[in-house]
Design a protein around this ligand. Structure first.
Ligand code: DHB
Length: 391
């Protein structure tokens, strides 16, 4: 097979790249080890920045998002038994966030790509990339029917996530990896219940962090800080509700409870791979960086990588100059490190650290007082939360 850009991974990064390249008249083939069903049903995060929503709308992906997404003008920080609203819209000159689950974005992308005749190979195995410093690199894989296949391309986009093969193809002396692992995880649930609040609640409690989010009028998403190797089935529903009620209590607030139909534990780590390019291989999304989920930057960062990469690839075909492609890692990494800082900061602001001293806990509360009472501190939080324009 021959294509211009071979894309490894049909997650948000890979599919969005294929979509944007198609709009620029550039061909691509996307492969993924997972089935279409697995991609469309795996529960991930659900908060889209203004820039992500704008890009989706401008490129024809916004119909269902506009109908079914929830616009949130702000969110609540809850500590010391009281809620404090951060008015994101007012603090950022009109930017808002939209709650719309990642797998819904994926469904919209797959639908748009297939409607445009895209070649997406689901359920492949044994993917490997070859000749990435040659003029025409190759992707090898075994297709769904067990047949060995080869894609010859001009460029390869490694959008295959943290555990993918593409990053490993960059030789170690060239690749520098920055890691931070947090000593806790998030216990996530999905339940059938009405919303308990109009906006998301990020709660800091002596027992640990809790987050109240939503998926629809009838389905709610909630998380609480837990042991990192917690087994999801170790917690009964009653114990989960007691923990969530305690961590969010105050001012007479009560969570509306309902049947829990999914439990999972989310790992918390920060990771950046520098560089994001070797020869004709470009990394994007989780293949190159992971943020802890606090603040929901992961998907939005992948979208920013792809916005930059698609523009750079289009420019290289249109002008024969690789200037923008050469700038891709540096351009993408600026926002990646800014989001790394924000996600780390919001995590440390709201979580319980076992080794925290009484001084550390007072300092954490003082910081929460600052961001909820100082306009300039609240503005910094709101700007980072809503996200700056893409690029
Ligand atoms: C959700 C996840 C997040 O990490 C966050 O900061 C807000 C919401 C969610 O899954 O709804």
């Amino acid at each position: 097979m021959r294509t211009q850009v071979g894309i490894v991974g049909a997650g948000p990064a890979g599919l969005l790249l294929s979509h944007l390249l198609h709009l620029a008249g550039i061909s691509s083939i996307v492969i993924d080890t997972r089935s279409r069903e697995a991609i469309e049903t795996t529960i991930r995060a659900g908060v889209l920045e203004q820039g992500t929503v704008d890009l989706m709308v401008e490129t024809g992906l916004g119909n269902r998002l506009k109908r079914e997404g929830f616009n949130h003008q702000g969110f609540e920080l809850r500590f010391g038994g009281k809620g404090h609203r951060i008015n994101v819209q007012a603090l950022t000159g009109g930017r808002i966030i939209t709650v719309y689950a990642q797998h819904e974005v994926l469904k919209d992308l797959i639908h748009a790509r297939l409607a445009a005749g895209a070649d997406i190979r689901f359920g492949v195995s044994q993917t490997s990339v070859h000749g990435i410093t040659d003029e025409h690199p190759l992707i090898h894989f075994i297709d769904e029917c067990g047949q060995p296949q080869q894609i010859r391309c001009d460029y390869i986009a490694g959008c295959d996530g943290f555990f993918g093969v593409c990053r490993q193809a960059i030789p170690e002396p060239i690749r520098e990896e920055y890691f931070r692992v947090y000593p806790f995880g998030w216990f996530g649930i999905l339940c059938n219940a009405p919303a308990s609040s109009n906006e998301l609640i990020y709660a800091r409690h002596e027992l640990g962090f809790a987050l109240i989010s939503t998926r629809s009028a009838q389905v709610q998403r909630m998380y609480f800080q837990c042991d990192p190797d917690q087994r999801p089935d170790a917690w009964s529903d009653d114990r989960i509700w007691a923990e969530l009620q305690t961590r969010t209590a105050g001012d007479g607030f009560m969570l509306k409870e309902g049947p829990i139909f999914q439990k999972n534990v989310v790992a918390m780590r920060s990771f950046v791979c520098e560089t994001m390019r070797h020869g004709r291989l470009f990394l994007a999304g989780d293949a190159a960086h992971i943020v802890p989920p606090t603040g929901a930057k992961g998907l939005n960062l992948a979208v920013n990588d792809i916005f930059i990469l698609a523009r750079a690839l289009a420019s290289s075909y249109a002008t024969d100059s690789t200037e923008l492609l050469d700038l891709y890692p540096a351009t993408a990494l600026r926002r990646i490190w800014r989001a790394q800082h924000f996600s780390w900061w919001m995590t440390t602001l709201l979580h319980r650290f076992e080794d925290a001293t009484p001084f550390d806990r007072k300092r954490q509360l003082a910081e929460l007082e600052l961001v909820t009472h100082s306009i300039s501190a609240a503005t910094t939080l709101a700007e980072n939360y809503a996200g700056t324009p893409l690029g």
